[in-house]
Design a protein around this ligand. Structure first.
Ligand code: OTU
Length: 619
């Protein structure tokens, strides 16, 4: 289809006043979009007709975008690096656990503002599958808020209130799979051939068995295998995660068009950031692990081009829990931008390994393997999230010094499940073999020793470990996202063990209800929650004042620090020193510095107490 015809299909739907800007954006993004879609679907006889319809549907969504959001688009298009600021701070929570429902979340906006939060990731809040639904990650309607959490009107109201408070709402967009009671799945079960074609369904085990030879497993214990026999389909559906989460078939262009439209409808409700769940799994290829396939990137780039045309103020965030070397591709390049943000799960996991090993070898290797980024893109840094700390992403870094990575990572996993001599209280995830690490669960406070601490000294050390990991996330040069409860040092929640449907999934350990008591003590530094909250809030404030800590400011790993330490220079004028070991460490400072936390001058030979951290600016 010629470029002009393609653009005209979109423009035809728009009123005269909207057309010039749309034409301008099309001129920039349409050639990329056409190339990508032709590469993915161009062989099909009906490709032109499909593309025409897609463009028209984008026009309809463009026309429907509220004026207020269009204004935001314009503002952000003029400042495409807005989210790289050192004043951006994320917070992640479950709606129900944090506020009860969407209105309850709105009531907590002042609390978020007080902490300096400008980005709120609410875990899945759309209508989930009836019954067990993987914490909302099995979606049955992308167009309806979970009735238990509120209404679509509540969502509109929340996005408006957040916007007014300067907080961008981030929503999960679970694009790899839908619930087995989503309309498409129900239609497929009823025998609708078009609906069946939205999924990967196989009549017998022949293909599943061939694929299984090279596929990995995300939940080897609770959901072994990647295919589930579905009686109503009389066949095997591809189910990477739980059997009730059916993977979508992106080789079918109807899937892509429908999902792109679903995303834009949510964007038009005021969702500003989409956490694209499980992006690594979007394209399947026999003989591979069906992760990180080139087509998965082409799909994401096409989605990005669509967003750049219809809602350019919107950000895409890749959740790809993959080895460090696979990560940069999710941010794309200058010619073909992909996501704006990508989780840096290697950095997160390596911080925990550094604590377990009291050494920074793996962490340094991760930092060395982390390349410079294209413009207007960044990593997401974090300490904990609702999922396990996945160890396997660190295979390469854990063997870089000749170590056996499996043994090494299994040691870390054992440490955080509370092995002999460990201060941590957590749980190993999805592995019974003590020599094969999969993941570890637990709230940060429990994993850093606060839950086990019996003396003031132990508590002080644990708090330092909490701050150390948060300090790394805040000073690395990324968009840091706090995990609900960590700012108040909340501990493991064991109530999941009493819920039969959750008992086998220890990720629920780190999904507690927001603790109102701790919240009340947030200013009281004679309490643990108050000490944590105040110290963290102070780091956030200091960060906000230093351009050197912006996501796109330069970062240098200093090699003269001892192994127990990590020394990161941010530009010429800012330095973070972190002691990941239980032993004091010394570091010789050149020149005159100011300790930003203690608010005093410092210099010469600095001794870092166990787990201590310094944020220094050049005098
Ligand atoms: C994502 O996670 C979500 O964050 C999980 O909460 C969901 O269960 C899952 O998708 C299915 O929707 O592999 O890259 O090891 O790290 O499941 C995607 C556990 C994922 C998670 C893993 C993950």
């Amino acid at each position: 289809m010629p470029s002009k015809v393609m653009s005209d299909r979109l423009l035809a739907v728009l009123s005269d006043d909207l057309r010039p800007l749309a034409a301008q954006r099309l001129a920039a993004a349409e050639p990329v979009l056409r190339r990508l879609l032709a590469g993915l679907y161009g062989e099909r006889a009906d490709f032109d007709a499909w593309l025409g319809e897609l463009m028209e549907s984008l026009g309809v969504l463009y026309a429907a975008r509220p004026a207020e959001l269009r204004a935001l688009d314009a503002q952000r298009a003029a400042q495409p690096e807005w989210f790289l600021s050192q004043r951006m701070l994320g917070y992640c929570a479950y709606v129900q656990k944090f506020g009860g429902d969407l209105n309850g979340v709105a009531a907590r906006i002042p609390y978020l503002r007080e902490l300096g939060v400008s980005y709120l990731h609410l875990l899945p809040f759309l209508r989930p599958r009836a019954g067990e639904n993987d914490g909302g990650f099995a979606v049955s309607s992308f167009d309806e808020v979970d009735p238990a959490l509120g209404s679509n009107a509540d969502l509109d109201a929340l996005t408006a209130q957040l916007r007014a408070a300067g907080i961008s709402l981030c929503s999960d967009f679970i694009l790899n799979h839908v619930a087995d009671d989503h309309a498409w799945a129900r239609a497929a079960k009823a025998g609708d051939a078009d609906a069946r074609a939205m999924f990967h369904v196989f009549p017998d085990r022949a293909m599943p068995d061939r694929h299984e030879r090279t596929l990995g497993q995300v939940f080897p214990q609770v959901a072994p295998g990647n295919f589930s026999f579905i009686e109503e389909l009389d066949g095997w559906a591809w189910t990477t995660f739980y059997p009730y989460q059916w993977d979508l078939n992106y080789a079918n262009p109807a899937v892509f068009a429908a999902m792109a439209a679903a995303l834009l409808r949510l964007a038009n409700r005021g969702v500003e950031v989409f956490r694209l769940d499980s992006t690594a799994f979007l394209w399947k290829r026999e003989g591979t692990n069906s992760m990180n396939q080139p087509e998965a990137h082409q799909l994401l780039q096409a989605l990005r081009a669509i967003v750049d045309i219809v809602a350019p103020g919107v950000l895409l965030k890749a959740e790809a829990i993959v080895p460090t070397r696979e990560l940069p591709a999710y941010l794309g390049s200058a010619e073909a931008p992909e996501c704006h943000i990508a989780y840096h799960s290697s950095l997160m996991a390596a911080g925990w390994v550094a604590l377990a090993e009291q050494g920074t070898g793996v962490l340094r290797e991760v930092i060395r393997n982390t390349p410079a980024l294209p413009a207007a893109a960044t990593w997401l840094s974090y300490v904990r999230c609702h999922d396990d700390i996945g160890w396997n992403v660190l295979r390469a870094e854990a063997s870089a010094d000749g170590s056996d990575s499996a043994v090494r990572l299994a040691r870390a996993a054992r440490f955080f499940s509370g092995a002999e001599g460990s201060y941590a209280i957590g749980a190993a995830f999805q592995s019974t073999d003590p020599n094969a690490a999969h993941g570890s669960n637990g709230m940060a406070a429990s994993l850093t020793g606060l839950q086990a601490a019996r003396t003031d000294e132990e508590r002080a050390l644990a708090l330092r470990r909490m701050l150390l990991l948060h300090g790394l996330a805040l000073s690395f040069g990324a968009l840091p996202v706090l995990y609900m409860g960590d700012e108040l040092a909340m501990e493991n929640d064991y109530s999941y063990q009493d819920r039969p449907q959750h008992a086998m999934d220890s990720r629920w350990l780190q999904r507690p209800v927001f603790d109102q008591q701790r919240w009340k003590h947030r200013y009281d530094v004679s309490t643990v929650p108050g000490t944590m909250h105040q110290a963290l809030a102070k780091l956030v404030r200091i960060r906000g004042r230093h351009d050197a800590l912006a996501a796109n400011a330069s970062r240098t790993l200093l090699v003269d620090a001892p192994d127990g330490m990590l020394a990161l220079a941010r530009g010429e004028r800012f330095l973070t020193l972190m002691n990941f070991s239980g032993q004091p460490q010394s570091y010789a400072l050149q020149g005159a510095w100011r300790d930003c936390v203690a608010e005093q001058a410092t210099g010469g030979m600095l001794v870092l107490e166990p787990y201590a951290m310094y944020w220094l600016e050049r005098e």
